[in-house]
Design a protein around this ligand. Sequence first.
Ligand SMILES: *Cc1c(COP(=O)(O)O)cnc(C)c1O
Length: 430
Amino acid sequence: MNEETIMDYYLQMGISREVFLYGEAVLAELEERFAGIDETAEYNQLKVLRAMQENRVSEACLLGTTGYGYNDIGRDTLEAVYASVFHTEDALVRPQITCGTHALALALISNLRPGDELLSPVGKPYDTLEEVIGIRDSIGSLKEYGITYRQVDLLPDGGFDYESIRQAVNEKTKLVTIQRSKGYQTRPTLSVDAIGELIAFLKGIRPDLICMVDNCYGEFVERREPTDLGADLCVGSLIKNPGGGLAPIGGYIAGRQKYVENAAYRLTSPGLGKEVGASLGILPQFYQGLFLAPSVTAGALKGAILAANLFERLGLSVIPDGKESRHDIIQAVTFRAPEGLIAFCEGIQAAAPVDSFVRPEPWDMPGYDSRVIMAAGAFVSGSSIELSADGPLKPPYTAYFQGGLTWPHAKFGILKALQHCVDAKAVHLP
Ligand SMILES: *Cc1c(COP(=O)(O)O)cnc(C)c1O
C-alpha cells in the first residue's frame, strides 16, 4: 500500500486532508522519540518472555480450576511470573481482585492494623482512595478501623517536600503510599528514579517503613519498575497496562513475601491465603495479555505523545508537554471551554471499534462535583488501556486521554478527536 491509499482510507473514515497532513508533519518530528519507545518495548518484551521461560510456563498452566482452586498450577505460575517481572519475592495476581482500587485497598488494609498510620508523601491520592482511607467518610474505610492518615503535599515545582516528610513520619507510621501516575491531577507523574530517591529517603528515616507504590498506568513505560528501586509493594489493575487489553478483570500486588501474604490472607481468609481461588478459564487472557503488555503500552505511549504535540502546536496547554520524558500513559489536554472537551471526547468515541455510533453525553457521576464526559468504546468495559478519554465539565475543561491497543488505532483515534475539535471550531489548524 502506498501513502496515497492510506490517506484515502483516512479520508473515507472522516479525517480531512488537512488534519491528516498536519498529523503526518508532526509525526515526522517524533521519529527519534518513537524509536526510544520501541527500544523500551523490546527490553520489556524480553523481560516478560524470560520470566515466562524461567518459570516454565506450560500448556497445562493455561487450563483453569474450579471450586476451591487447590493446586492451580496456572495461577501459581502466573504469580511467579509476575514476581519475576517485578523482581520481587512474591505476587498476588487474581481475577478475584475486582479492580485497581480493590487491589490498593487490599494491600493497605491487610498490612495496616488499628493504631497504625498511613502516610502519602506525594499529596492527595487518587479519588477512589479517598473513600478507602476515609478522607471522605465511607463504610469500611481505614479510618473506621482506627487507622489514621497523614499527607504531605508536593512542592509547587512538583518536587518532594523532604523536610515536611521527615516531620510527618512518627512512631505510628507503618506504611507509605506513593502514587506514580498523576491520575486526574495536574502534578507531574513521578519517574521510577524519583520514586527510588523518595524511598531511599524514607528508609533512611525508618528502615521498617513499608513503601507501597500505586503503579497504575505506569507498568512497562520504563525499563525499571518501582520494585527495582526499593518499593516493598507495587500494586495495579489488569484492565490497564499489564493486562495488555486482554485481561477482562483483575489486579496484582507484587512485593515482599510477608506483605503479599498478608494481602492473600485478607483477600481469601485467614488460614487459606493463596491456596484457594479458582482461576476458572481466565488464565490464557492473563498470560497472553501480560505477554502483549510491553507492545500495547508502547502504542498507547506513542498516542499520548502524538496528542501532546498535535494540540500543543495549536496553542493548547498539555500535560506532559510535547517534549517531556514519560512515566505513565495519561495525556491531559486543556481546552479552556466546554466545546473543545466535548468535541475531543466525541472524536475518541467515534474512533472506537465498539459503540462508535453513540455520542457521549456529560452526566452527573457519583462522587464528582461536576458533570463528567467519558468516551470509551472498549472490548472490556471500563478498560483504560483501550483508547479512552474523559474529563469533568468545569474549568479549565481538561480532557484526560489514554490508551490504544495498537499504535495505528491510537493514531487514528487522536486524529479523529482533532478532527472533531476542528469541526467544532474549538481549535484551528496552523
Ligand atoms: C485507575 C487508577 C486507580 C484505580 O483503579 P480502578 O481500577 O479504576 O479502581 C488508582 N490509582 C491510579 C493512579 C489509577 O490510575
